[in-house]
Design a protein around this ligand. Sequence first.
Ligand code: FES
Ligand code: MG
Length: 591
Amino acid sequence: MPKVKPEDLRSRQWFMNPENPEMTALYLERYLNYGLTREELQSGKPVIAIAQTGSDLSPCNRHHLELTKRVRDGIIAAGGTPLEVPVHPIQETGKRPTAMLDRNLAYLSLVETLFGYPIDGVVLNIGCDKTTPALLMAAATVNVPAIALSVGPMLNGWYQGERAGSGTVIWKAREKLAAGEIDDTEFMEIAAASAPSVGYCNTMGTATTMNSLAEALGMQLPGAAAIPAPYRERGQISYETGRRIVDMVWEDLRPSDIMTRAAFENAIVINSAIGGSTNAPIHLNGIARHLGVPLDNDDWQAVGHQVPLLVNLQPAGEYLGEDYHRAGGVPAVIGELLAAGLLPHPDAITANGQSMDDNCRAVRSGNADVIRPLAQALKPEAGFINLKGNLFDSAILKTSVISPEFRARYLSNPDDVNAFEGRAVVFDGPEDFHHRIDDPAEEIDENCVLFMRGAGPKGYPGGAEVVNMRPPAYLLKRGIDALPCVGDGRQSGTSGSPSILNASPEAADGGGLALLRTGDRVRFDLTRGTADMLVDEAELAARRTDLQARGGYPVPESQSPWQQYFRELVQPFDKGMVLRDAPDYRDISRK
Ligand code: FES
Ligand code: MG
């Protein structure tokens, strides 16, 4: 029995309001002018928006323009009326100064669209990094029935007989370039080889992570995250997604019913098992805030840190998106976690109306090297730890990417095996880094810790993916390919650096990082979860007074109106980088 009757549909307030025939006529007439019929708009069919993130400016999501044809077919087959609506474009690698700045802008505009127009349900066309959280955040605020649809990853990239993964090959190639092993042309060839088809990044970067987590949260059909963009199954799941959203409208199954605290805890566990991106806590904490679900970085450590790494994808492992799909994708990961008793909430409901357990209980890895059963896990503990101290209140470290060489150099002091100390070298933004990193006068050696500040949401603005700093060229030539890096910016999810990231509050927002100086001793204790500059209180107080006298940590001038509004309103990374006051608006489609 459907819960919702045709007369309850939201769109009827526009298209068939018996109390106001004049407004009905006004609302209706213009939607007829391109060929929609009165029958389609007035016979009680749900109006389904397709939130279109594909465009020529957004190559990662561009294939949605094709897939949307199948989504429309599915919506019509199930008795709905599709309306394709544009979303503010977001392209991770093409947007200056950073696509992260636009996540909240796309969120705001989609909230306004879904709220202000006759929409009963929505298909969220997700893919490239920030498109997924932007659309899930908007669905959370508006709370109309919603289902996400990934565009799918690119096919595997290959270079000289080896898998060449998006982003990951670039981080490796830039080290070779700096060491003089390759030239600019070869750099470009390697980069192009990693992008062989339509789709999103084929590594376990932020895109694969967030698309997997949209499924882990229950917001996609089972298996929908990992099917490569060009595969026929991608078109087929698009059709099924279109069909399903119509039923979700009749069932009144809304984002707040699916994305509960239990769903977020499942997603945190799944994020560890897949080796998910360090951008995930920012986005999931943000989505949760728009739903009124409490979630913070302590939860990420408590729920996720001790979960083993099961998925062998670059950058933490070897394989790429096609392999992930062929091994079973997210349902196989969940199936293995269920079999190991590690999924905290098997009963969590998903977009198809079934529970995680119903959907995935019988699914197992189809390739035990790509998606490992628990007994062959790649790392015993793959989640994040949350560090705190006088440098910041919260910053995360992805422990699964700590290499044996890095562990041997920094984390094997017999007295204190999980702690390291070093001399701070502080950079104020990426330009400062590029300017000084290779300067011998900085005296950077393997006992240094590189700091990046001025790279957070307010400082940059939007937060730059620049914390994974390469060592100076002279150290690279000596075989030292990673130094500990810390910062108030982010790191690309395709980077395998064991950096301490997303430090909150940032230097530009009164954080302790603003007081740090090159030459200070710093200490990190991964067991105790501490991160401190070893500078005494009196000295820190003097530095604070001095900084205040200079007007605080300098923030560059905004280059656009949105940059200014964003800086005024944005909350720190650990609070989801949401806009001030926005989380107070909830369930607005029913108001
Ligand atoms: Fe768009 Fe990676 S750059 S998905
Ligand atoms: Mg990125």
